[in-house]
Ligand binder design. Structure first.
Ligand code: FAD
Length: 451
């Protein structure tokens, strides 16, 4: 196997580190999410050159994105620069670029650097860990009016949309328009939809109390829609029923069995019913990132690569797909698209490559060990399912909070998130209530006149 070096990285151009050598095998990792970072760390002591490519300069702790979208946390509290996170790993180069092509036969990855253009990077081993993106089930036009929640900008867009809706409701003299501004529709009742709906409900009843003069935010309608027969299908039915009761108590209208047919400027049409809403949020489907398609390998219906027992693709034994972008069945069940599965897979592939480089045989195939499934439903209430154990309530919420703080990648983030949560818990205030872009004056005038 020969290393294809088609482009030089900064350290090859002379700012060199003594540990760098062109004779070493090169591992290219695409994606600095949970799987990519875990893979890179597992290769820390391996005699390889590791290149981690991501189109963003930061790693996002996605489980807390909904808190950025609802003003509890600021973006920097859940995101960490990848360079800072991996600064101590001497055999690693971080490349800020978007992967636009992969050639398995030429063993190169094509990337576009911001402002520098296209380049090619050769690899001996390739790990694709590019995650998922929101899927609108063939209706990409819905995205214009119903943002999904995946990146930091999505969370900021949602936060701006929610906070602006109250400003516009306060400004208008038209009652119908006021009601439309104060109606929030969430499409998709998986964990993200549930967590977001509960957080908006507590924001309107506690955080925004007494902040407006002509409207009472507590009169908002928050509607959680799902096409399935029940919410949270990844949890046991008794837990999903408990969550419905909890959401109802918080003021969320849970409506299942409704199929969304249209999303437009006026709101949604679901199973023939028009719901007027200025804020529609998409928390429904996901599809694999387009990078998987570039491999030309077999995929499942969501575009995830069907991988073998060592997380490798069928076409090449040294090309791996890890994390959400992979599709693997274990004991008749699909390995879920959650952070712990991505971390375990990334670590597994990293160790496997480290072993191969040493000339050792592959060990056992990948085995996912679930530590349980959790979701939080506002303040003081979370659910947990692990094996046969199912718990819910305040104690579970404490466990959720502790686990999430500990899972944040840096001490600085842990400290800041804890402080914000503590303050928010005591006062009900949220520290990040910024409207990134104010509602346009013309829109405000329209609200005022009701035209
Ligand atoms: C809102 C939300 C809430 C969640 N809550 C939970 C939870 O509570 N618990 C839980 O366990 N899981 C949760 N998840 C799921 C969990 O975050 C994912 O399973 C996990 O992030 C998957 O890790 P990954 O490394 O496969 O992909 P990701 O973490 O998505 O990382 C993919 C990386 O690839 C990069 N990338 C993509 N395409 C390219 C390209 N062409 N070029 C360069 N870089 C590229 C992206 O920039 C990104 O950094 C949640 C997910 C979301 C969206």
């Amino acid at each position: 196997m020969t290393t294809v070096v088609t482009e030089k990285l900064p350290r090859e151009r002379g700012s060199a580190s003594a540990s760098f050598s062109l004779t070493r095998k090169r591992v290219v990792i695409i994606g600095g999410g949970f799987a990519g970072i875990a893979a890179a760390r597992a290769l820390r002591k391996a005699d390889v050159e590791v290149i981690l490519i991501d189109r963003r300069n930061h790693h996002i702790f996605q489980p807390l994105l909904y808190q950025v979208a609802t003003a509890v946390l600021a973006p920097s509290e859940i995101a960490t620069p990848i360079r800072q996170l991996e600064a101590k790993q001497k055999n690693l180069d971080v490349v800020l670029a978007e992967v636009t092509g992969v050639s398995l036969s030429a063993r190169v990855v094509e990337v576009i650097y911001p402002r520098l253009g296209t380049r090619k990077l050769g690899f001996d081993y390739l790990i694709v860990a590019t995650g998922m993106r929101p899927s609108y089930f063939g209706h990409d036009e819905f995205a214009l009016h119903a943002p999904g929640l995946k990146r930091l900008n999505d969370a900021e867009t949602i936060r701006t949309k929610i906070l602006s809706a109250f400003e516009l409701a306060e400004a208008t003299e038209n009652e119908t328009e006021c009601a439309r501004q104060m109606t929030f529709v969430l499409v998709g009742a998986g964990p993200t939809g549930v967590e977001l709906a509960a957080s908006i409900a507590q924001m309107v009843s506690i955080t925004l109390r007494n902040n407006f003069r002509s409207i009472d935010p507590a009169n908002s309608r928050i509607i959680l829609l799902d096409g399935g027969s029940r919410i949270l299908p990844s949890f046991a039915e008794p837990l999903s029923k408990k969550v419905v009761r909890r959401l109802t108590r918080l003021g969320v209208e849970v409506r299942t069995g409704l199929k969304v047919e249209t999303v437009d400027e006026q709101g949604v049409i679901a199973s023939g019913e028009r719901i007027a809403s200025a804020t529609v949020l998409w928390t429904a489907g996901v599809a694999a990132s387009p990078v998987v398609k570039m491999l030309g390998t077999k995929t499942d219906r969501a575009g995830r690569a069907l991988v073998g027992p060592f997380m490798e693709i069928q076409e090449a034994g040294d090309v791996f797909v890890a994390g959400d972008a992979s599709s693997l069945t274990q004991d008749g069940h699909a390995v879920p698209g959650v952070a712990q599965a991505a971390i375990q897979q990334g670590r597994f592939v990293g160790r496997l490559i480290a072993n191969r480089v040493k000339g050792r045989k592959d060990g056992r195939p990948f085995l996912y060990r679930s530590k349980g499934n959790m979701a939080v439903v506002g303040k003081n209430f979370a659910i947990l399912e692990t094996g046969r154990l199912r718990t819910s309530g305040f104690a579970t919420w404490i466990v959720w909070a502790v686990l999430h703080v500990l899972a944040l990648p840096q001490l600085q983030n842990r400290f800041r998130v804890q402080t914000q949560w503590f303050w928010s818990y005591l006062t009900g205030q949220r520290s990040s209530r910024l409207i990134a872009e104010a509602p346009r004056a013309v829109e405000l005038i329209k609200q005022k006149t009701g035209s």
